[in-house]
Structures are given as structure tokens and as C-alpha cells.
Write a new protein. Sequence first.
Length: 118
Amino acid sequence: MGKDCVQIYLNLNISGKDRNDVLACLTALENYFKTQCNVLYEHYVFNSHVSTIPGSQLTATSRVYGNLHLPSSCEFGSLTDELIRDGSVIDLIDWGTKGELLREKSPTLDKAIDIASF
């Protein structure tokens, strides 16, 4: 353990009894160094992925499936499919397909994928 880590360890809020317990010390250090998820940042990344390349030649398929992996840390819950669907529709270049999707009454992500022939 380097001197920076020792300094962090000394500043951790660990009781005197737990300072003698190796497992408790390792758990406290692990919790300190564990990356915390910033949901706002994750939403920013997800929403920035949509329409980030105006006029690009990416296919609708690559846009939808590119969006599918992004929400894992966004904590969208039951809205995940709707937000992927919406972002993918916004991103579509083909106005005919986009119009057909927008005329549908509340299409699911699967139905949108079928209509857009992803």
C-alpha cells in the first residue's frame, strides 16, 4: 500500500474496533474506491448518443442497437424500451419510416423495430 492509500485509510470513518479487523478495513477501502454511478451523467451520455452525428449514414439498425447497451446504468426502469424507441425514432433519417412510426398509436420498441425493418 502506497503512502497515498495509507492517508486515505487513516481518514476513513472506521471505528477503533474495526481498524483491527482486516476484512472491515478492506471493505471500507473498497467502498471508498468503488466508482459511484452518476445517474445524471449516464442520462446525458444516453441522450447525447441520440442524434450526435447529424446527416450521418448510420443505419436505423445500428442506431437502435447502439442505443440498447447505453441505458444499463441509467436506472430508467420500466421506461427503458420507450426511451430507446423514442431516441431511435428521433434519430431516423428516413422521413417515410419516421412518419409511419409517428402515426402508430403507442408502438412498442419491438413494433418500431418491425416497422423500421431493423
